[in-house]
Design a protein. Structure first.
Length: 403
């Protein structure tokens, strides 16, 4: 059963990604399989959308979310992701439900807009349509008979969802190109000198604690600690002779060699904080970022003033004997990554604005049938939780136990 649910989640994810690949017991009467085609959920412009078209989107969210729910429940059997509350204090069963409808509305609008293209740029080829139909067929096969009875899903139930996703991905990519967002549009929001300048170091160390045969943590003896320090002192001498950390590790396998990087706002948190306070805050995110500044730790204090290629003496830090080596004290890697992320976010924001603009037109005016939609709570609309619980071993089938 566990393999079955993993396969369901996998096919859903694969289905969602297909467009990219091809281009390179139910509690309420409104969500039963018997009346899905008469339960009006939302009107978009002049088109009425019923539960039977929304339910595949619900299934996508329920299956993937419940899969993670079961993972968490392995550690806490009392945990239930659907009852957990988001930052606004709303249960996930409600907030994820509304996310489903928002997703459908957005993809529906894009699908309709793409269909207006005169050269049929977004038309799905026969070959790709067959792939989508095959995906839907294989997906429905993974559902149990009880789920099929509960949902009324057929071989074609997930075809429209995939068609909408296929077109959405292509249309959105083309739309984003028209925004022509450049790095220069966001660079002002990322302060290299006071925040994103990166210090790239190598930390060579030996831990002063270990584990016994049963995996329990143990402290090294005083003798072992002295040996560890001596080993690192030998490593220090080899560094002075020009040997590289990896070569030294080959001679002394107890030494761990790992990359350890930090940014300017971690190295000089007070300076970064003062700089941010002097500037007008442009977003709540930046306020949050400023509040996260903390005092620099001992490793950073030991290494931040090193020139490139230089290294510290042996020192104790975080339960280890360490040597810190400065590789690059003016790296732009973190800054470049932040700027790239900023570009992507601005593109997303502009696309969201475009969708919002379309929703405000008469052609795509949204009217939700709250009587139906607000009666829906995700978590058991298209899945049977007991099947997931049995698959994960959290709920034991008493009949199988007796056998």
């Amino acid at each position: 059963m566990r393999k079955q649910h993993r396969k369901v989640a996998g096919i859903l994810i694969c289905s969602m990604a297909l467009s990219v690949l091809s281009m390179t017991g139910c509690g309420n009467r409104y969500t039963s399989a018997k009346n899905d085609d008469t339960s009006l959920v939302v009107t978009i412009g002049k088109e009425k959308v019923y539960m039977d078209r929304i339910k595949p989107f619900i299934a996508k969210t329920e299956v993937t979310t419940e899969y993670y729910n079961q993972m968490y429940m392995q550690y806490n059997a009392e945990y239930n992701i659907w009852d957990e509350k988001d930052a606004d204090g709303e249960k996930n069963s409600v907030s994820l439900r509304d996310d489903v409808l928002e997703e459908f509305e957005e993809k529906f609008i894009v699908y309709k807009e793409a269909a207006k293209n005169k050269d049929a740029k977004y038309e799905i080829s026969k070959e790709d349509l067959k792939k989508l139909e095959k995906n839907s067929k294989e997906l429905v096969k993974t559902f149990s008979k009880n789920v099929i009875k509960k949902t009324g899903f057929t071989e074609d139930s997930f075809v429209e969802l995939q068609k909408m996703q296929y077109v959405y991905d292509k249309y959105k990519a083309d739309m984003i190109k028209t925004f022509k967002v450049k790095k220069a549009d966001v660079e002002k929001d990322y302060d290299y000198g006071n925040v994103y300048r990166q210090y790239k170091t190598t930390n060579m160390y030996i831990s002063l604690s270990g584990t016994d045969e049963e995996g329990n943590p143990i402290e090294l003896s005083d003798k072992e600690k002295k040996e560890a320090k001596k080993t690192l002192e030998k490593a220090y001498k080899l560094l002075k002779k020009g040997e590289k950390p990896d070569a030294i590790k080959e001679k002394y396998p107890d030494i761990v060699v790992e990359e350890k990087n930090y940014q300017q706002d971690e190295a000089y948190p007070a300076d970064a904080e003062d700089k941010k306070e002097d500037k007008d805050k442009k977003s709540e995110d930046k306020d949050a970022e400023a509040s996260q500044a903390t005092e620099a730790d001992a490793y950073i204090e030991k290494t931040k003033k090193l020139k490139n290629g230089k290294f510290t003496n042996v020192f104790e830090y975080d339960g280890k004997y360490c040597i810190g080596i400065m590789n690059n004290n003016k790296s732009k890697e973190a800054y470049d990554a932040a700027v790239e992320s900023g570009v992507a976010q601005l593109e997303e924001d502009k696309f969201a604005d475009k969708i919002k603009e379309l929703k405000e037109t008469d052609e795509y005016k949204i009217t939700v049938n709250k009587k139906v939609w607000e009666s829906v709570k995700l978590g058991n609309i298209t899945i049977i939780q007991d099947e997931f619980l049995k698959a994960s071993g959290i709920l034991v089938d008493k009949n199988s136990e007796e056998q």
